[in-house]
Unconditional design. Sequence first.
Length: 330
Amino acid sequence: QKYMATLPEKIAESVRLANTNLAPVRVSAARAEESSVSFNRRFLMKDGTYGWNPGKLNPNIVRPAGPIDPEVAVVYFDSPDGKPQVTHVNHALHVAVASGRKFTADYPGVLARLLGAVKGSDMLTVFSIGCAGNVNHIDVQSARPQGGPTEAARIGTILAARVLQTYEKLEPVAADALQFRREIVRLPLPPIRPGDVDSARSFAARAGTPDPPKFLEQVWAFQVLDVAAREGRPMETEVQVIALGDQLAWVGLPGEIFVELGMALKRSSPFPYTVVAELSGGSIGYVPDWKAYSEGNYEPVSARVAPGSGEKLVETATRLLIDAYRPGRR
């Protein structure tokens, strides 16, 4: 509570300090691919259902239910004389590798430390997570244990190596026109059937008892109660676009967005470099793509927004990107 109370003041002071220390920079960008550290965590099973984190070497797995996004986006800022200032890295992988009950910077902390060891400790590394609502680090085809600080270190090291290679491919970005777009989007709520609230209350009351409901029953119960508490009010959330010239754009989406939606947004963007970050501008829970709702399991069951909401976010962001795109106008 003390931290939350002082956070606005800290943000304001950060803005003041940044404004005081404004300095000219050069901007460049590049992208690479790294497909060895991320895995879609939803699977079609032999019985026709869709599993969620079904366990390593599970013989009932048929295939992954969706893709990964291997892109590693790098935006680099340095001074006119070449001194490193900031590296922004974006990759679609749940930041939930180290786990446990302690605070951790997880694999982005390892990434930042290793890039700083090469570029200098004065360089700031900023990491943003891409659309990774259904993507994590678990390789179900391997029996090797995964998780904890050592796994976070392994993944951070691999991504750092990929970024270091990508530095050699950086292309200048004309940075003399900065634009910002935002739009508040009203997302519909998932339906609640007669009797759902009473059943959900019953399940929730048993949570933490010696006879708790099954995991998905608990997930469903708290989803129903949260949705019911809104009394029909749509989920209001924000989509943000920042465009730098006609080559580079950042998109901020709320919630944990399915990877399919992030990849579709990047394909529809007119900007050669489009960096999409989830969990930006609000945490509204999981936002699956349309087909996942009929497949079921954890993310769709827990979603606080109705089918089609993810596509609505993509449509809104695409429209804002197109509006901000001004080729040849600087």
